[in-house]
Ligand binder design. Structure first.
Ligand code: ADE
Length: 353
């Protein structure tokens, strides 16, 4: 197969920097500082905001907690952010945790017993809850109570302990991995969508004001167009390019400065980084475009299958670089063209376009 451009052949990079959207500790504190606090400040997800506003108004009028909610979608789209906005709009507190932190039953029971009426409990990665924790949640969600087993054998008794009337917000990148009984207990289930470039541009300009960074119109447009539809990436890139602008220029982020910074960061015009291109090159160079099983991809790139599925794939699928088939992932004609490979003529008909 002919390689037209790009001297960079497939060679997975071990210590590559990851600009994709896995959240880091660093992001967490940064995001907490720049997070919108109200629907007015929150940009994008327009339909979701409209339905939530109605639910919130109704709940306030009925003086009841909101229905339990499940938000799903790729990482970095603002599941945590929208949840804290909802709690703020309700004038309530939110306790944030994640399923892996609720390994022991007493961790979850402790949290549930400390909740006050109308509080929110946010559980990230809720698809990773263990069975025992799920069983604790069922009566908590349905009847606002916890069942404790006392004694053993014939003397076993179940003690029902009332807890506060709270709202559970579950967040997951994999709604399909949630057990049926748990999914059925959420009154509101909503998918978060990728953001448009116009929305990302607004987010970038808002964050720039908070960071006291200067950015031109075409500078913010360029950063938006390379942010893969994802606010977390947009904000992360903005910070990196701001640093570049301070060191290499007068601090203002212009289109030219942003272009140079992207070159240094190895991020192309679609916002793909080295890791994304490695994945595409693997399909194209080593497997004639695929289909390739997820385990094979993960092993070749030195990542686990979950990371490939949750972090890399959503945007590559959405932007049309790959497709998912029952036999594995395939590179699309768009991927061939973008990376400068000639489409193998025999396979043209079999590739997704
Ligand atoms: N920062 C991250 N996500 C945001 C959003 N949706 N609106 C405003 N600022 C944000």
């Amino acid at each position: 197969m002919a390689i037209i451009s790009d001297g960079e052949k497939f060679k997975p990079q071990k210590d590559r920097e990851n600009i994709s959207c896995r959240q880091t500790e660093y992001d967490y504190s940064f995001e907490t500082n720049i997070r919108p606090r109200s629907f007015d400040e929150y940009i994008g997800q327009t339909k979701l905001k409209e339905t939530l506003k109605i639910s919130i108004e109704a709940a306030k009028k009925r003086n009841e907690p909101l229905d339990h909610m499940l938000f799903y979608g790729p990482p970095g789209l603002g599941k945590t952010t929208i949840s804290s906005v909802i709690a703020n709009e309700m004038g309530s507190k939110i306790k944030t945790t994640s399923a892996p932190a609720l390994e022991k039953p007493r961790d979850l029971i402790g949290i549930l017993m400390n909740l006050k009426n109308n509080d929110f409990l946010f559980i990230d990665e809720i698809h990773r809850l263990n069975k025992v924790a799920e069983e604790i949640l069922y009566p908590a969600m349905e009847d606002f109570s916890i069942d404790r087993t006392i004694g053993s054998g014939e003397k076993t008794k179940i003690l029902r302990i009332p807890i506060a009337r709270f709202t559970l917000i579950g967040a997951t990148t994999k709604a399909g991995s949630l057990s049926g009984p748990l999914r059925d207990r959420f009154g509101i289930i909503h998918k978060l969508e990728f953001y448009t470039n116009t929305e990302l541009k607004q987010i970038i300009k808002r964050t720039a004001v908070i960071l006291n960074a200067q950015i031109t119109e075409d500078g913010s447009e360029l950063v938006a167009s390379r942010s893969r539809g994802t606010p977390r990436i947009a904000n992360r890139l903005l910070k990196r390019i701001r640093d570049y602008a301070i060191v290499k220029s007068n601090g203002e982020i212009t289109k030219e400065i942003a272009q140079k910074a992207f070159k240094l960061l190895n991020i192309d015009e679609f916002g793909l980084d080295i890791a994304d291109r490695d994945l595409l090159k693997l399909l194209i160079e080593k497997h004639e475009g695929g289909p390739v099983g997820i385990e094979t991809i993960a092993a070749a790139l030195g990542e686990d299958t979950k990371t490939i599925e949750d972090v890399y794939e959503p945007y590559l699928l959405q932007a049309g670089f790959i497709s998912r088939t029952p036999r594995g992932r395939k590179a699309s004609a768009v991927a061939y063209k973008h990376l400068g490979y000639k489409l193998p003529s025999v396979q043209q008909n079999f590739l997704a376009d």
